[in-house]
Design a protein around this ligand. Structure first.
Ligand SMILES: [Zn+2]
Length: 401
């Protein structure tokens, strides 16, 4: 018989996001000592860590696929105040992944259904419901009451909004997103040295290029895994243990069962967390995410690019995304020159050659095309819709993100 001797190792500690004075008045009842006994016996948590959890206030944006596991485990873990923002009603198509809700809840408000389930799991915690859409008008006021924000939103406008208000308020934003069989998570916390969402994605993709779960599908258990990873990060930030996922993006592929970690860079030019920020209050995110680029840049469609490739035409394909995006997905034959380096490295390209530039959605590459034209490139084109359109219409084996 194989015997494995348990080895107890002490994990690395970091500073808790809960200030020491917040736990000085907090005690644990006899019931709580029993309820959380599996936490308390770990030397990394103890009563001290459990008191931090009890003092903590966590906001889940969305009570859907990511918010369900997050809220369930945060309640079970004893987070003292759990806030939920959602405006939706439970629908039959939700139940394949949104395990906070049951069949009996169809047609009910998600937050009422969530409250019932969560207070059954843990009647000792406070549950605060924000039955509304998170908006530029209410977001700063709502976020102000919480220590950590778990972003379980499913659209770009809300993601940029939650990112921006968290940066303004100096609160960690635990990010998660899912698409079909893949998901990713990270902790955005410029105040703790990492980048923010805008550092990675300075501009949103064109609205019509982004399918949601309803259009593209998602394996029901996938948001479960990503939402639970967000919960683990949240608990670590509160208890003050381990290495937070700051400056690192964890990508999970359910079909291959692989976790890949990508280093994230902070963008000194970032308009919200950079050295010279230009955005200090919430903007109009619907307009920001719906706004299209002007058409002063010569473009080429993904179908035309495919024809050129098939005809073995001579051209150079330049990818101006960031190295971490290049690691996620690439078009075969493309050369990586991130947008920030293109001015410096333009001489690596021949001016008489046809140059096709692409990014994720076509916005950054449009900027690169303008820049190259200023530098004397005559035959330079923007790949419309970027690698995302390439993946959607030409080569579905290229991962979308
Ligand atoms: Zn930033």
């Amino acid at each position: 018989m194989l015997r494995v001797r348990p080895v107890l190792t002490y994990v690395e500690m970091h500073e808790s996001v809960i200030a020491e004075e917040r736990i000085s008045d907090i005690g644990l009842t006899k019931d709580e000592l029993q309820r959380y006994s599996r936490h308390l016996i770990m030397p990394e948590v103890t009563a001290e860590g459990q008191k931090r959890l009890k003092a903590a206030r966590v906001l889940c944006i969305g009570a859907g696929g990511l918010g369900s596991p997050a809220a369930l485990y945060l309640a079970a873990a004893g987070v003292g105040k759990l806030g939920l923002v959602d405006f939706d009603h439970v629908d039959l198509t939700n139940l394949q992944r949104q395990i906070l809700h049951g069949t009996k809840d169809i047609g009910r408000s998600k937050l009422q259904s969530a409250r019932e389930r969560l207070s059954d799991i843990n009647p000792d915690i406070e549950i605060e419901l924000h039955e509304c859409r998170l908006s530029s008008e209410n977001a700063e006021r709502i976020v102000a009451d919480y220590d950590v924000i778990v972003d379980g939103s499913d659209n770009f406008a809300t993601r940029y909004l939650s990112n921006d208000v968290c940066v303004f308020a100096g609160k960690p934003n635990v990010y998660g997103s899912v698409f079909r069989f893949e998901g990713q998570t990270t902790v955005f916390a410029p105040q703790l040295g990492g980048p923010c969402y805008r550092c990675l994605f300075p501009e949103p993709p064109p609205p019509e290029s982004v399918p949601n779960c309803a259009q593209a599908g998602v394996l029901g258990v996938l948001p479960g895994i990503i939402g639970m990873l967000q919960t683990i990060e949240t608990i670590k930030l509160i208890v003050g243990i381990g290495e937070p996922l700051i400056g690192r993006l964890l990508h999970f592929d359910a079909l291959k069962v692989t976790f890949r970690e990508l280093k994230l860079r902070r963008d000194p030019q970032c308009p919200v967390c950079g050295e010279n920020p230009t955005i200090f209050m919430p903007i109009d995110y619907d307009q920001f995410c719906g706004a299209r680029d002007d058409a002063s840049v010569p473009g080429i469609s993904v179908q035309e690019l495919k024809e050129k490739m098939d005809a073995r035409d001579s051209f150079e394909l330049i990818d101006v995304r960031e190295p971490f995006e290049f690691e996620i997905a690439r078009i075969s034959g493309a050369k990586l020159i991130p947008l920030g380096d293109i001015a410096e490295r333009a001489d690596e390209l021949q001016r008489e050659q046809t140059v096709i530039v692409h990014c994720h959605s076509g916005r950054r590459s449009a900027q690169a095309v303008r820049l190259l034209k200023q530098r004397g490139f005559a035959n330079v084109y923007n790949l419309e819709g970027g690698i995302d359109a390439w993946s959607e219409f030409i080569d579905p084996t290229v991962p979308r993100y």
